[in-house]
Design a binder for this molecule. Structure first.
Ligand SMILES: *[C@@H]1O[C@H](CO)[C@@H](O)[C@H](O)[C@H]1NC(C)=O
Ligand SMILES: *[C@@H]1O[C@H](CO)[C@@H](O)[C@H](O)[C@H]1NC(C)=O
Ligand SMILES: [Zn+2]
Length: 326
């Protein structure tokens, strides 16, 4: 066993090094030599000036009254057929395409420049010790982030969509840890055990309504919008981003299933848990992040909170000079 292990290490080491230098990307948790800071060496677009994710500074949002409700179609019906869940070596991905009904699940309106059909959804997460969202809110990472990737119905293939600035629309949802499990995630969480190794895939026992994975519909009019990129190479700058304000609740135990069940592709004889599969926030470079019509007031609510906190202090400061000093 020992000598066999060594043999494998010696044989695969040169291959791994070559892969890291020539075209493979990864996360730092896998190998810092091919992590996010090196992606621009593989794909120049990863060094562009409209990259994602970004930090969403809620004091710097610009209200856009044109950002009304998004029209979700097919989100409330379980499609016929099967959904395949796969470990693609970077994340767990659920394919949403159906050959029989090609435009079954779509989004439009809400300031989106067209109609977009759902291709796949996937997640980004952290480690037992840390949160792992890609976008950050006021500088803070949340435990996990869901991305639902849609393609403009004008384009037939991903390659074609990547040639246009409005080619893709991604919906992003943040998670927070809750006490009780979110049973709507049971099918996905149960499927993780079947796709522990990179390259594994499993047909889920059933399809389900996509809306059950999201916050309740009446919260979905509160969102942030900006123009950015894919958060993995080739980092194409063709994504209309929508991040929702309302968080999805999922239990610690369910979060732990993502963090501890899946593995990155093996490097030599080591099998690494798939953790911290997020890209850190990228510079805005002058881009604006817009708040939807119904989003919580960007300056209103935090300021309101401060006033309440500050007023007793102000009162004390004002009264202080009047008190007799011993
Ligand atoms: C991680 O996310 C939780 C929300 O579930 C939040 O309360 C906590 O502050 C976050 N931790 C860090 C270090 O940002
Ligand atoms: C998934 O894994 C479970 C147990 O880990 C097993 O019972 C089940 O048959 C597997 N499903 C498929 C479709 O492989
Ligand atoms: Zn993603």
């Amino acid at each position: 066993m020992g000598t066999q292990g060594l043999g494998i290490t010696f044989l695969t080491l040169p291959l791994v090094v070559r892969a890291a230098a020539g075209g493979q990307w990864c996360y730092d948790s896998q190998d810092p030599k091919c992590g996010p800071s090196h992606w621009k060496e593989l794909k120049a677009s990863c060094g562009g000036d409209k990259q994602s994710p970004v930090n969403i500074d809620r004091r710097q949002l610009q209200r856009d009254g044109g950002l009304g409700d998004i029209l979700f179609e097919g989100y409330d019906q379980a499609p016929p057929g099967k959904w395949r869940l796969a470990n693609d070596g970077h994340t767990v991905m659920l394919s949403l395409e159906s050959e029989s009904i090609p435009e079954h699940i779509t989004i439009s309106s809400g300031g989106l420049p067209g109609r977009y059909r759902a291709l796949q959804l996937h997640f980004h997460w952290g480690s037992p010790a840390g949160n792992g969202s890609e976008h950050t809110l006021d500088g803070h990472q949340l435990p996990m982030e869901l991305h639902i990737v849609h393609i403009n119905v004008k384009y037939r293939t991903l390659a074609e969509a990547k040639g246009h600035p409005n080619g893709l629309a991604v919906l992003g949802f943040f998670f927070q840890a809750s006490e009780s499990p979110n049973t709507n995630y049971n099918t996905i969480v149960a499927g993780l055990r079947n796709i522990s190794r990179a390259g594994d895939s499993v047909d889920l026992a059933s399809t389900f309504r996509l809306s059950t994975l999201l916050p309740p519909a009446h919260h979905l009019s509160r969102y942030y919008r900006y123009q950015g990129s894919l958060t993995t190479p080739d980092c194409s700058e063709v994504v209309v981003w929508t991040l929702f304000e309302e968080l999805v609740e999922i239990s610690q135990e369910q979060l732990r299933a993502f963090v501890s069940t899946l593995h990155f592709p093996p490097a030599g004889s080591t099998l690494l848990k798939m953790t911290n599969n997020f890209r850190p926030p990228q510079p805005l470079h002058g881009r604006k992040v817009f708040a939807s019509r119904a989003a919580t007031a960007s300056s209103g609510s935090p300021c309101g909170g401060h006033h309440q906190l500050l007023s007793p202090l102000l009162l004390l400061a004002l009264l202080a000079p009047l008190s007799p000093t011993p």
